[in-house]
Write a protein that binds this ligand. Sequence first.
Ligand code: AP5
Ligand code: MG
Length: 222
Amino acid sequence: MLTRALDVVLLGPPGAGKGTQAKRIAAAFEVLHLSTGDLLRDEVARGSDMGKASEAFMKRGELVPDELVGKMLFARLHSQSAAAGCTYDGYPRNTEQAILLDGLLAELNRRVDVALYLNVPDADLLARLAGRRSCAACGAVFHVVTTPPKVEGVCDACGAALVQRPDDEEGVIRERLRVYHAQTAPLLKFYADRGALREVDGVGTLDEVFGRVREAMRSKRR
Ligand code: AP5
Ligand code: MG
């Protein structure tokens, strides 16, 4: 059966739960989870040219240049795995990226169906990020207080060691927040003007937030 692709942008500050909710959206709606942060961290781990060009920006909590991230996005969007749609986690990060995404989707006769803004107060974000632990092998994400693994430091899903992201250090978190407010927050108006923005309260259990995400997606633009 042929159905139209579904393209969902996730907006929100560092630690808002974009990755956590994007995984659930991807599973429930059978779309590709496209996280530019995860893709960039993978490039850094592999020591590729893209990784070498991106690493210093990421360590400082700054945005990687648009053209580098745009190339990566273009390749993924044109892959078969993205044909049913995507949930964009960490993209776009500024107006230029949002315009590029609109253009790439238009070439595929698609558009951003809904932009979900996960609203979490800045005061909660530091604790979320300082306690985050991720599995370098399978990408599962935990939190030492709210969603701890069964065995400390070990991934429940695959048994590999859990690590802390190098940019989850307090000084870098503050810079990421500054960059978010200066460059990414203006996208709330960008998508509101197109009738695509839906605000979701990002405070609550993971299930509560996902319930609100589902509800917000019911009213996506057609
Ligand atoms: P990126 O990886 O996108 O990082 P970010 O935007 O800073 O967001 P995070 O991944 O830190 O947070 P999240 O919202 O995904 O939260 P999560 O679900 O993990 O980008 C990293 C860097 O890459 C950037 O700084 C930049 O350098 C570069 N980059 C990436 N994309 C780029 C682009 N498009 N252009 C240019 N540069 C780019 O949750 C956080 C923690 O909270 C976890 O421990 C989780 O378990 C916990 N948690 C989640 N939900 C809840 C809840 N409801 N209650 C309590 N705890 C919760
Ligand atoms: Mg993330």
